[in-house]
Design a protein around this ligand. Sequence first.
Ligand SMILES: O=c1[nH]c(=O)c2[nH]c(=O)[nH]c2[nH]1
Length: 290
Amino acid sequence: MAIVLGDNRYGKAGVRLVRVDRGEAWHRITDLTVDVALSGELTAVHLSGDNAHVLPTDTQKNTVYAFAADGVGEVEEFGLRLARHFVATQPAIGRAVVTLAEYEWDRIEGADGPAPHSFSRSGRYTRTARVVHDAAAGTEVVSGLRGLTVLNTTDSEFVGYAVDRYTTLPETKDRILATDIDARWRHRGTDGDWAASFAAVRRALLAAFAGTYSRSLQQTLYAMGRQVLAERDELVEVRLSLPNRHHYLVDLAPFGRDNPNAVFLAGDRPYGLVEGTVRRDDAPAALVEL
Ligand SMILES: O=c1[nH]c(=O)c2[nH]c(=O)[nH]c2[nH]1
């Protein structure tokens, strides 16, 4: 029996970057967290401590800030620039994975209208991207969002499920359906209008959530993924991770009050977790699973 080094990668995680674009009067901010992960000919560093192939993670962090000096643009674009740079300039590095999260800021509405240089952090959702650039296998861009919390007050039921001796859940024909959307979608190519694509996918996810009469969160998941692919030719695959944010009808009978689907306890934990991928059947193989 031999002991060998398996899959490995290394890089700087959690690089926090805020870029200010200063127009004459109006400022704009871009707020990102960037993770870089490199892999390639890295056996020697692990086995004998030879660092010749190791571009320090500190240098990777510096590169993120240096590249931001030329502007950030869309997260996908920034990720592509960085990933290509590491592979092109480091002969030992065959693959770079750059993962980005962008936090949204809203302009503050001042007494005299929109404030030119004041912002409040929006908690609505986080936009994400992951770029894989591999010297041999090519380039792959995955966009996404997480933390987009949505709720339907009706048009959701859950009946007819499998029952065993541990089942206590009552069937319901009318319940609240709520979730925090965590979605990633893989692009066919490596160029395009990233901003327009993102906005359209977000709209499609929301429209499908709102417009689907739901017999389960699983069915809603598929409807959401399907709508995104039906509307967006540039995409080949959608992955959704949907926590079921249970809302429990409170029993008000002890207080002599009925509760016609009005008062709920918003559960925290445990929560159902429904995850799935919806893809075109001719989608090219992914470099890295969604
Ligand atoms: O939409 C649902 N899917 C489930 O699998 C499930 N399980 C459960 O207890 N409630 C629900 N709701």
